[in-house]
Design a protein around this ligand. Structure first.
Ligand SMILES: Nc1ncnc2c1ncn2[C@@H]1O[C@H](COP(=O)(O)OP(=O)(O)OP(=O)(O)O)[C@@H](O)[C@H]1O
Ligand SMILES: [Mg+2]
Length: 349
């Protein structure tokens, strides 16, 4: 068997709602969730294309990151792989088993943690939750006690094992959800936004745990809209936007695709929209401008061949427009810049 996770031209459409916010992903009415939805109507019934032609092949022992903005189709992809949603078209296999035709074989090999989901019982203690799920998974008593002890220790939950989950912090709840997913010792883990909503320290701890799970041989697909997280954790990343994979490679290669460029950030006050004149600067390949309402300044991101050659002209133009430079910096491209360069928009605004 070659791949642990395999998706071939996965496609998912949902019935579109007329007007109103996009339905159904638990973030109804989220104003950021424009989702870039394209509607089309095959048989007069409009459909929302959530995932379009997504193909991924993930090897055993790999951490693979799905990186994309709100509404990109990350959770929908995970849910199809987890047998929770049937693809409209395309196929997917987990450890060689087809998610539609062999869902039980797939589920036996999967541990899934879905974002924002209540996957544990808040009126039980952490330990009771794990005992309950061990029984559901039909893990024999002695073995279950052993595994539960081991997981509580590994996920740093021992001290609070006998407290009600409703008193857990979000980091602890998230670690308990992961412990639950790990109970049946599945080779493949699907983690939807594992660190969302966690404070930086808890997020860092959880990332460390995810790395250790990889060392122990788990194959991990995780989604995130934090580019640093994708960068730090993933062996390979697929950047997904509007349901489509727009780039797929190692974090290093994705960033290297921009290294023939330098990325320069200028913040300036007292300017009209800089886009028209900024794109005139020699050597500039791309310009993105954002007005920062708080400081009433423009942030201009320039992708250019040679910053030193362009800087004098840049400063001259700012002055000529009556503007004042607040900050000017050049840096190595980040994944955010890769995304910006591919889509013309920021991953987070
Ligand atoms: N059950 C559903 N019914 C209808 N539309 C849905 C459903 N689930 C998701 N969608 C829509 O499909 C698109 C993709 O949603 P999805 O939840 O997969 O995005 P995401 O990348 O996980 O976003 P986020 O970062 O906000 O979690 C969105 O436009 C969403 O509104
Ligand atoms: Mg999601």
């Amino acid at each position: 068997m070659s791949f642990m996770i395999e998706a071939l031209s996965l496609h998912k459409e949902f019935p579109a709602r007329k007007n109103g916010p996009s339905p159904g992903n638990g973030k109804n009415g989220d104003p950021r969730n424009d989702g870039g939805q394209r509607l089309f109507s095959p048989k007069a019934r409009p459909q929302l294309v959530a995932v379009e032609d997504v193909s991924l092949t993930i090897q055993s022992g790999e951490i693979f990151g799905l990186l994309g903005p709100n509404g990109a189709g990350k959770s929908t992809t995970i849910r199809m792989l987890a047998t929770l949603l049937e693809p409209s078209r395309g196929t997917a296999r987990i450890a060689g088993f087809d998610v539609v035709r062999q869902p039980q074989a797939v589920r036996r090999r999967l541990g899934t943690v879905l974002g924002g989901e209540r996957s544990t019982y808040w009126k039980l203690t952490g330990r009771e939750n794990l005992e309950y799920f061990a029984a559901l998974y039909q893990i024999p008593g002695g073995e279950a006690r052993l595994r539960i002890q081991e997981l509580l220790a590994r996920l740093d939950l021992e001290a609070k094992a006998n407290e009600l989950v409703e008193r857990y912090s979000s980091g602890m709840k998230q670690r308990l959800a992961l412990a639950r997913a790990l109970l049946p010792r599945p080779p493949v883990l699907l983690l939807d936004e594992p660190t969302v909503g966690l404070d930086p320290q808890s997020a860092r701890n959880l990332r460390q745990i995810i790395r250790e799970l990889k060392e122990q041989g788990h194959t991990i697909l995780l989604t995130t809209h934090y580019m640093e997280e994708a960068d730090q954790l993933s062996d390979r990343i697929a950047i997904i936007d509007h349901g489509r994979v727009i780039a797929l490679d190692t974090p290093r290669a994705l960033k290297a695709s921009l290294t023939q460029q330098e990325v320069c950030r200028l913040e300036a006050a007292g300017l009209p929209d800089p886009k028209p004149w900024a794109s005139q600067i020699p050597g500039v390949q791309e310009v993105n401008c954002r007005f920062l309402t708080e400081s009433q300044t423009w942030e201009v991101t320039l992708h250019l061949k040679d910053y030193r050659a362009a800087a004098p002209e840049l400063l001259r133009l700012v002055t000529e427009q009556g503007g004042r430079v607040i900050q000017l910096s050049v840096k190595e491209p980040t994944l955010e810049d890769v995304f910006l360069s591919l889509t013309g928009k920021a991953l987070r605004d």
